[in-house]
Design a protein around this ligand. Structure first.
Ligand SMILES: [Ca+2]
Length: 477
């Protein structure tokens, strides 16, 4: 009898199974992911960090989500964008330095990029705004790197109104140059709103909205400038106006997500791509050397863009997802740009496998549940002439050409990097130097330096630079 009942139970279970299966197997809804990147914005240049520059929409994102107070990017535009796209440090593929406009190299095409991984996970992938990961060959362009659509500049250091750099148009829609009127920040906001309004909610969306604001040149529409009539210095006034103009566009994008009913299933990340520029040498190709002071403000952090000090690399950053990240969260744990790749691919239910080994670590538990960061080390930069490396709270700043300079800071106690304690901690310095050296064994020297050395070598085998015949004849008289 027992067997009969067992058989009956098994039959009943089998009969019920098909009914139960669809509910159990229904996949969780994949979140929309909107990454908003500002360009060269100072750490302090948001309302919630105490700025006089008005950023009510960014402030609301911060208040409604998590402020990431130890979020590290790379010191410049291209390297940070490369770190986001690959989940790997730029020293692994020679992209430690921003790509100058006349150079022809780009982000190595054998890297597997974030939009490729998200596309494989079923996402629509859109880049609205700046790329700066290769422009001279179409093989580097966004549509050949996993994006379904791209609108905006391929490089990004443009005039905000003409969209030109050095008189050359840098404004594209899906690979075609576009000449159109308008302030770049407004045009990018318009495009993002239109995209969200027309988006089919059945397909999860990855939007990389990458403003050229607030990079030099410092330009803003008259109405935005008028708001800051109280700021006497023209560059700071224009910079403040362009930050507030960008904030307004971010507000429109959030409203579009709200209106479309997507907001509760959308993770929004906001960050600057590097610290604000404090030295004209690093401001880009626009000459800012005549300015009395560069406008961005990195608050308590030392120096700015281009350097491995905290002012160049610890950037303003926010994560916001209603219902998934508690409002008012402050994450004071180390997170690096490379961590976004595995974190976002993980949330998307995709696979981080299939590319090269990642430097990034999944930090979702740190952002959303208050867990300790899995990250114990930050590589700020690694080049033949310098290293910036943090392990725990110890940070090494090492300029390697002779005469070399070695600095050591306790970042927890001295976040402003005022007190170089290298002399008092020789063992810590030696351990960090050994680690930097070990990492440097896998370093690809910057593609910029490789290209320039080739050009230099070519110039070294030109004909002798002797005076011309007239000068020689004259000398003999
Ligand atoms: Ca930048």
């Amino acid at each position: 009898m027992g067997n009969v009942w067992t058989m009956a139970a098994a039959l009943a279970a089998a009969a019920l199974a098909p009914l139960a299966a669809p509910a159990a197997a229904a996949p969780p809804q994949k979140p929309n992911i909107v990454v908003i990147i500002s360009d060269d914005q100072g750490w302090k240049d948001v309302g919630f960090h105490g700025s006089d520059i008005k950023t009510p929409n960014i402030d609301a994102l911060a208040a409604g989500g998590a402020r990431l107070e130890q979020f590290y990017a790379q010191p410049m535009c291209s390297p940070t964008r490369a770190a986001l796209m690959t989940g790997r440090y730029p020293f692994r593929y020679g992209l430690q330095i921003a790509i100058p406009s006349a150079h022809t190299y780009g982000l190595s095409t054998d890297e597997r990029l974030l939009p490729q991984a998200l596309k494989q996970a079923g996402y629509e992938t859109d880049l609205i705004g700046k790329w700066h990961l290769g422009h001279a060959d179409t093989k580097f362009w966004p549509l050949n790197r996993g994006f379904d659509h791209h609108y905006g500049p391929l490089l990004g250091e443009i005039d905000y109104f003409t969209h030109e750099q050095h008189g050359v148009l840098d404004w594209f829609r899906d690979g075609e140059p576009v000449k159109e009127p308008g302030y770049s920040t407004t045009l990018l906001g318009d495009a993002a709103v239109k995209l969200i309004e027309g988006h089919d909610p059945k397909t999860p969306l990855f939007l990389d909205l990458s403003f050229n604001a607030a990079h030099a040149p410092f330009q803003a529409p008259a109405a935005d400038l008028e708001r800051y009539a109280s700021i006497a210095e023209p560059a700071r006034r224009a910079y403040a106006a362009q930050v507030t103009a960008m904030d307004g566009e971010i507000g429109r994008v959030i409203k579009a997500l709200d209106d479309k009913g997507l907001r509760d299933n959308t993770l929004i990340l906001f960050q600057s791509d590097n610290g604000g520029t404090r030295n004209p040498m690093f401001s880009g190709e626009v000459d800012t050397s005549s300015l009395k002071s560069l406008p961005p403000d990195n608050g308590p952090y030392r120096e700015g863009k281009g350097t491995v000090y905290e002012g160049g690399t610890r950037v303003v950053a926010i994560a916001n997802w209603p219902g998934r990240i508690k409002p008012g969260t402050v994450v004071d744990e180390m997170i690096h740009e490379v961590d976004l790749y595995p974190t976002l691919v993980g949330l998307a239910g995709g696979s981080a496998a299939g590319g090269k080994p990642l430097d990034g670590l999944d930090v979702w538990g740190t952002i959303s549940e208050g867990q300790k960061s899995p990250r114990t080390e930050i590589v700020y930069d690694l080049q033949p002439f310098r290293a910036g490396l943090r392990r725990g709270d110890w940070k090494l700043v090492w300029r390697t050409p002779l005469p070399q300079a070695v600095e050591l800071y306790d970042i927890a106690k001295d976040p402003s990097e005022k007190d170089n304690v290298a002399a008092a901690h020789p063992d810590t310095v030696a351990a960090l130097q050994a680690r930097a050296n070990a990492l440097a064994k896998d370093m690809v020297p910057p593609l910029l330096l490789q290209t320039e050395f080739k050009a230099m070598k070519a110039r070294m085998s030109l004909p002798p630079a002797l005076p011309d015949d007239d000068a020689i004849d004259g000398a003999a008289e």
